[in-house]
Design a protein around this ligand. Structure first.
Ligand code: PLP
Length: 224
């Protein structure tokens, strides 16, 4: 077994109920997820649709599955029946498809809008202007079967703590502005920021949901 039990207990104490821990289990075997589950963990995050579907079938049904990767519209249908929260909603097209699948499943699907806050070119997400345009649209045409629970972001992959902090501070500001608009089906309660390398800064900047993988499960080996 390769989970870090001590680190898990330390993290739970550190979060102290102020932030939800999403244990990011991508590329890790079901045995490791089960081991963390046995310690009481219920929120798990995955990045790949097929991997998530396979794991969901094998693991306890009270796990809350978070989809945190880049989601293609044509794959929403596979996770719609059980997903707890989709963190990476980064286009209106995807939102429209989620709405459709929620109707099919006769349910409400909870989402976070992914905001582009890093300086790297490769990250997905809305910029501030695009978010504003989207919210304007939603305020006229409510989402009905989709609930926007908040925002998600990834800071630049950088050793410069001030840069990372500034990106999180900016997102917190947008988060509050979004909440204050009081749009139906847009709640903005959840601010999903912070990973293994930057979660402490994220917590200081107002995160209430951290997504942590390697600290709990060890480094990922994509060639395995
Ligand atoms: C992989 C991943 C994480 C976890 O990263 P760690 O550095 O291993 O904690 C968090 N969020 C997203 C979106 C990820 O893809």
């Amino acid at each position: 077994m390769s989970i870090n039990k001590e680190k898990y207990q330390q993290l739970i104490a550190e979060l102290n109920g102020k932030a939800t821990l999403v244990a990011v289990s991508k590329t890790k075997p079901v045995e490791d997820i089960q081991a963390l589950y046995d310690l009481g963990q219920r929120d798990f995050g995955e990045n790949y649709v097929q991997e998530l579907v396979d794991k969901q079938e094998q693991l306890p049904k009270d796990i809350r599955w978070h989809f945190i990767g880049h989601l293609q519209s044509n794959k929403v249908k596979y996770i719609a029946p059980f997903v707890h929260l989709i963190h990476g909603v980064d286009s209106e097209k995807l939102l429209t498809e989620i709405k459709k699948q929620a109707v099919k499943n006769n349910s409400t699907i909870h989402c976070l809008l992914q905001m582009y806050i890093a300086t790297e070119e490769t990250k997905f997400g809305f910029n501030d202007e695009e978010l504003k345009t989207l919210l304007d649209k939603i305020s006229i045409d409510p989402l009905q079967t989709v609930m926007i629970d908040g925002l998600m972001g990834m800071a630049s992959f950088s050793d410069d703590k001030n840069k990372v902090r500034a990106e999180f501070t900016h997102l917190k500001k947008i988060f509050i502005e979004t909440r204050d608009r009081s749009i139906i089906h847009v709640r903005s309660n959840i601010l999903s920021i912070g990973m293994s390398g930057d979660y402490k800064i994220a917590l200081e900047e107002g995160s209430n949901m951290v997504r942590i993988g390697s600290l709990l499960f060890g480094e990922r080996n994509y060639n395995a």
